[in-house]
Design a protein around this ligand. Sequence first.
Ligand code: MSP
Length: 659
Amino acid sequence: MSQKKPFYITTPIYYPSDKLHIGHSYTTVACDALARFKRMQGREVLLLTGTDEHGQKIQDKAASKGVTPKEYVDEIVEGKGGVKDLWKLMNISYDRFIRTTDEYHVKACQRIFETLYNKGDIYKSVYKGHYCKPCETFWTESQLKEGCCPDCGGAVYEAEEEAYFFKTSKYADRLLALYEENPQFIQPESRKNEMISFIKQGLQDTCVSRTTVPWGIPVPFDPKHTMYVWVDALSNYITALGYENDAYNDYDTFWPADIHMVGKEILRFHTILWPAMLMAMEQPLPHRVFGHGWLLLDGGKMSKSKGNVVDPLILCQRYSVDAIRYFLLREIPFGNDGNFSNEALINRINSDLANDLGNLLSRTVAMVEKYFGGSLTNQYAGGAFDAELEEVLGAMPGRVTACMDDLLIPQALQEIFKSIQRANKYIDETAPWALAKDEANRERLAGVLYHLCESLRLAACMLTPFLPETAKKMAQQLGLAEEEITFEQLSFGARSQYTVHKGEALFPRIDAAKELEELVAAQAAMKQQAAPAPEAKPAETTGAPLEHLPEIAFDDFCKVEMRVAKVLGCETIPESKKLLKLTLFDGERERTIMSGIAKWYKPEDLIGRHVGIVANLAARPMLKGKYISEGMVMAADLPDGGASVMFFPQEVAPGSAIH
Ligand code: MSP
């Protein structure tokens, strides 16, 4: 066992606002391959993954489904077909799974926030800026792209509120020095330059609390604020090791992280905010942050909102998990964007997995059975072509390792497949079927087949971290125990005897034309299945006469002042089961409205939402004068006697008149 520090690698923690798609699987499969590789090298490894469960978007989704945010995320994370199921299916060998709603994480984040506040690195001020809800990111005017969020291109809205700020700007120089002194800190290199110019444009302090997003971790000393989700999310990398909590106890063993693997759009959080937070906490910094590119579909990033996601479940069921792992790891140049297409996937499976690898195994095993009854002992005779194959095999493990050290995963696979292709060529060169015709060649024939078995054994060893199930199947057919496909016996000739067992084809060849048709149909059916069910049966009118009020003049209508207001707070009250007490911002001031909707709405369904109110209704005392209601929340009657509150999108500013 190596004496090196244990290897700590993290995936981003996934946002469980929807089911994960194949793009999400990409990061995790890459981290898994790397973690397995390091383990096989004898390193102690901790692979951390998890879910990032707070924020407005989750709160909104949960409200639209009529469940609490926790119920909503529980289903997506732990439920059937959820995040944990997907990682199990895809053979992700994570060692720890953190959920940011885990009690220990919540408490630890509060301690972190408090520490930063006590040190003066977090301070209270007023936030004025533009907020993008889907990205949960604040942007300054100059960062907006044509008035919209520079990341997702969506609408932003102006926000002004009391907030806590983290002094990111204080760390600008130290961050630049960090990049300068540690050239490997941000990878790939090209992304480093983006971060440097971002800092040089002038780093702003980061707004790290909200008063309008209740589904977040409360600021311990000012609980009407919740923490900005990124502060909560980034902290996962250390809370999951026991930093500021007792749930785990291996911070000193694993921190600092060897690699944070992240998508390019979240590199900024990991290379600016996160190291600045760690500097403020006086903690060691991670060694490397790798920002990989995206898996594109139809030239754009996959996203549920664009309706262009590919379900990993369908693909894994259809082609096997290892085929999908291989495609993800081999096809996409690591660090750059890559395209997903059904054609590219089928081509990869047919050419590399079925032809090159599958055929090499099935031909070799078949010949050992046919010519030697399945058992072969090393009768290496040093014939022509042997030296060249041996040289390729001898160099392969070292080359693969060098690629993996540089996180060049597709190149690492390419090196393994080069040796597989070389072995296939060796079959053509030595023509064992011709050798078999003459008894005098028996020893030579054994030597040839032995070379092929050794090629396959070495390939199986090196493929284990990438395609664990395939490597096991190869071992079975070669008559090797699982413990024998390790990195401990990587030299040619390390095994001298083979007893092979013919098995099923590793990757049956796919009829591409037929398959493409079926696949498109299967994906369409899945999309339809996944289409959100209508929230409720559309209401029908009975045609019965409506109860009318006396007609009024237009001028009288104009006397009613209806406006949009933002719900800042909402609470149930002990004196009444019917009423909710709402605190609203009407564009000018805060006001209280008592509304009889407690049977149909929970406070968390309303907080942060924009609603319609009658603003100039005379204030009236309620519940024996204990409460004063200053207006009315507008709602429509439902057929079952319920109420449906009139909501407005976030773009509609509080105070906007309703006509
Ligand atoms: N919750 C944040 C991460 C917080 S880490 C402290 C987040 N979550 S996410 O679910 O939206 O994305 C998780 C990861 O999946 C990101 O690294 C993102 O880049 C990656 N991907 C999402 N779609 C992707 C593709 N289409 N292609 C490749 N990676 C993709 O961001």
